[in-house]
Design a protein around this ligand. Sequence first.
Ligand code: ATP
Ligand code: MG
Ligand code: MG
Length: 554
Amino acid sequence: EAPKSLNFIEHIIEEDLANGFPKERLRFRFPPEPNGYLHIGHASSICLNFGLGLRYSSPVNLRFDDTNPVKEEQEYVDAIKRDVKWLGYNWDTERYASDYFQQLYDWAVQLIEEGKAYIDSQSSEEMAAQKGTPTEPGTHSPYRNRTIKENLELFEGMKQGEFEEGSHVLRAKIDMASSNMLMRDPIMYRILHKAHHRTSTDWCIYPMYDWTHGESDYIEQVSHSLCTLEFLPHRELYDWFLDQVYDKTKVRPKQREFARRNLSHTVVSKRKLLKLVDEGVVNSWDDPRMPTISGLRRRGYTPESIRNFADTIGIAKRDNLIDVSLLEFHVREHLNKVAPRVMGVLDPVKVVITNYPEGKEEWLEAENNPEDVSSGSRQVPFSREIYIEKDDFKEEANRKFFRLKLGSEVRLKNAYIIKANSCSKDTDGNITEIQCTYDPRSKSGSGTEESLRKVKGTLHWVSIKHALEAEIRIYDRLFLDESPDTHKDKDFMEFINPDSLKVIKGYLEPSLKNVEIQDRVQFQRLGYFCVDQDTSQGNLVFNKTVGLRDTWAK
Ligand code: ATP
Ligand code: MG
Ligand code: MG
């Protein structure tokens, strides 16, 4: 493989190393907020950060950015850990911003003592009104010049739970005239009388993102703190907060930004995905229609396919929309290599092979995967009555129809050449049965002249009496619009595809009897399918991962 060219983040790191930054002090982190399940956008960030860890042999922390107890839950922490592991990455240490609450509090007290932070007791509306505009400076809060003593007492009171939510906040005293609105005395702490999933009721004041993130990076000695572009204007504040605590013997974390990845025909925002779950549009966070890592897993995606997708799109400096067909391309490509081939008929019509003895059955050898010789073969049963797909038969058709039609031949995969002679119909004209004859000398793999005879068209099939019935779930795009959450006048919920799930009954070859949840197979000629977790003894459920070709009409 050709060596991959460096992305712009790697160039930044290379430059730092060239300027003398010690390689052994490189450290990265992936910092999810546990307020939902990870989605395909996060995969880009995970692959970036853990990929850097692998490239430079550096530790990567998994840090939960858990500063908002209102939205965070242990369930999400567990799901995030499961998903990162499943993607194939190992973190160095598991960290929580909440582990730093005491340190952050102590540093906040230090800022108050240095006259760099104050308690504001205005309403949020009053504070917003004083913010000014990007071109006009803001106005000072009437509380900006409280004495240090008063500030310390109030902050202590906030911590002790003496005040109601919204009655006071701690603000950094920076510059109400800054051209960067985020520097206009940003809030560092707010009161929230809410139990936290880890610290329970120990705290009733919680630090804001900006105050927490950089200091957490510093505590963990993260060298390069990579985040998405919307944080670019926050960088100045990140640096200001670091300046307050930075000790020159330590690594000073560097925030750098890359573009958020969006995927077409879906939404990648935990908040919006939560809405889909809460409103019952999907069944759960891991519904196979969801762009979550757990949804993709349940749909049949492999970790390799997601990593390859993330690698291919790389990282960018500008936000953009990636077509979901690229993601599908990657899973198709990987499953082609690893998924065993099996036969299943999803829309059956009965075929009777009139010259095949009644009561006879034989087991024919079938190759498991032509892409992987080591995968061996299996036996599939053949008998007088089989199913083929309805649309593989027409009474009459032109020369380009390489499937079964009256008076002509096709090969049954792994079996014989058959010829259709007649068919029966119900009173509505639907075909109910096709009568065929087979050529007994044409058995696949038997080496006879007839077995090598070329016929146009090979069909998959299953022996009716041996077939396993299974529930097959077929998915379509969850949204009808390419970019559902970018419309000014319409909510993304208006674009939901009402037919994103179709449940049908399929008939499968009996080798699938002992499949396990998550097993992935190719139903020949139909696509890739994966065993759903709803499968139980005697009740097989498959999810369609993706078709064999990109056939979705755009
Ligand atoms: P969401 O809006 O879905 O909650 P977020 O950015 O708030 O996204 P976090 O849990 O804070 O979610 O994300 C963890 C990391 O993943 C952050 O560094 C974030 O920038 C990155 N990330 C999140 N979404 C994307 C995306 N669509 N593309 C690339 N990186 C992303
Ligand atoms: Mg975030
Ligand atoms: Mg978020």
